[in-house]
Design a protein around this ligand. Structure first.
Ligand code: ADP
Ligand code: ASP
Ligand code: MG
Length: 412
């Protein structure tokens, strides 16, 4: 029988009633003849609560124990979903990551899936089981310890299962009815897209649109998984939601497909570093060894052999960056006068594959921000995106102004 993967996010399994509603959706697909793999998140708010407990207990926590704690939310919803399906007379069984097993790397809290053997679950489908409920977000390391896949990781679990089982489609049920031109929670004119290209979705996700975890889009693109985002709160047809697909399956599109934002960014500037070969390597090796995810980098013009180096990273990594660079200075491998951290910035980006062939997008973006008197602190570009770092207080304003200026409320 064909296999379908259905993933339910936190708000879709937040209460027993919502689990029932989701289970009914699963029942509809089972009745159509699919064997279904259901991937569940923890109840909404649960993972945050667990992370909070870990931080309170041990600020410099052991990542293996962090994973042991934060993976537990999904175990609860997997069992409850299987029970709910059984109550509806749908043959269902739950699996935790290690039982499948979802084999991952051992980078705790940010593990990558390496392999999902299918025999176990396939064997059960052959014996008449119709639904395998799998706890999302978790796996098991080569050392046999529980791992987690990073926040939003259940999306990646879902796509990885769809790829491993050759599923007909991977449906991501969430609290919005698809992928929008920008976060509908901060721009009321945001428009739902019927289709979006993998590459655009990949950029939007990595630039902050949390509707899909970046890694899930990467996997879908690589393994050609048909990926659909839709609401678990509305009646659904086969055409509902947004299909993430190849560029050539999209007839018309705007030059700019969407606007993304990332709230918790920090801008760090090293003042007066020596301008000579090897300095950038020294700085960014120290940061990488401390697991700091550096995003934008700018080096200023030098004067008398000294320069300033600016980079951005997530705000919760500022302390780690600070420590790593101070240690490099103390060791004598790096010399700078001061490290200035600005933790009140955010990143706003415009994304679109149309930018490959259209000029003027950057000029227009900068003009729009200037008309709103928003100062740009750092700029980066790639073939299909332009990102700026600006003061966080202007984030909503910038997103809305850009959405208006590029007329994203109208279809291209
Ligand atoms: P889930 O718990 O189902 O995984 P998430 O909260 O992780 O849900 O992702 C859904 C949220 O993503 C939406 O509520 C919305 O606020 C946010 N979001 C950000 N950018 C977009 C976008 N471009 N389109 C749709 N949703 C977006
Ligand atoms: N529960 C996990 C989180 O909140 C994984 C997920 O929901 O995708 O990050
Ligand atoms: Mg999510």
């Amino acid at each position: 029988m064909p296999v379908l993967v259905m993933k339910f996010g936190g708000t879709s399994v937040a209460t027993l009633d919502r689990i029932k509603r989701a289970a009914k959706r699963v029942g509809v697909e089972v009745a159509k003849g699919y064997d279904v793999i259901v991937i569940v998140s923890a109840m909404s708010g649960k993972t945050n609560e667990l992370v909070g407990w870990v931080n309170e207990t041990s600020p410099m926590y052991d990542a293996r124990e962090y994973d042991a704690v934060v993976s537990s939310g999904e175990n609860v919803t997997a069992g409850l979903m299987a029970l709910t399906l059984q109550e509806m007379d749908v043959p269902a069984r739950s699996w935790q990551g290690w039982q499948v097993p979802v084999k991952t790397t051992s980078s705790h809290s940010a593990a990558r899936i390496e392999e999902i053997p299918t025999e176990n679950i396939m064997g059960r489908f052959e014996q008449g089981m119709r639904v395998a409920v799998v706890a999302g977000f978790q796996g098991v390391s080569p050392e046999g310890r529980i791992t987690t896949l990073g926040r939003g990781g259940s999306d990646t679990t879902a796509v990885a299962f769809a790829a491993a089982f050759g599923a007909e489609r991977c449906d991501i049920y969430t609290d919005v009815d698809g992928v929008y031109t920008t976060d509908p929670r901060i721009c009321e004119k945001a428009r739902k897209l019927d289709r979006i290209a993998f590459e655009e979705m990949l950029e939007l996700a990595s630039l902050g649109a949390k509707v899909l975890q970046t890694r899930s889009v990467e996997l879908a693109m690589r393994y050609k998984v048909r990926l659909r985002v839709l609401s678990s709160f509305e009646e659904q047809s086969d055409e509902a939601g947004t299909l993430v697909c190849d560029e050539d399956e999209i007839m018309e599109s705007n030059v700019v497909a969407g606007v993304a934002h990332s709230r918790d960014e920090a801008k760090m500037t090293l003042l007066s570093v020596a301008d000579r070969p090897g300095i950038a390597a020294t700085i960014f090796t120290a940061l990488s060894d401390a697991n700091v995810n550096v995003d934008m980098i700018v080096q200023n013009i030098s004067e008398e052999g000294r320069t300033d180096m600016t980079f951005s990273c997530p705000t919760d990594q500022v302390a780690r960056a600070d420590k790593a660079l101070a240690a490099a200075k103390a060791d004598g491998v790096l010399n700078f006068s001061e490290l200035v951290a600005d933790t009140n910035v955010c990143k706003v980006s415009v994304v679109g594959i149309g930018m490959r062939s259209h000029t003027g997008v950057a000029a227009k973006m900068f003009r729009v921000l200037s008309d709103e008197a928003i100062n740009i602190k750092v700029i980066t570009t790639s073939e299909i995106k332009i990102s700026v770092l600006i003061d966080r207080k202007y984030m909503e304003l910038a997103v809305q102004a850009l959405h208006d200026a590029f007329e994203l409320d109208k279809a291209g």
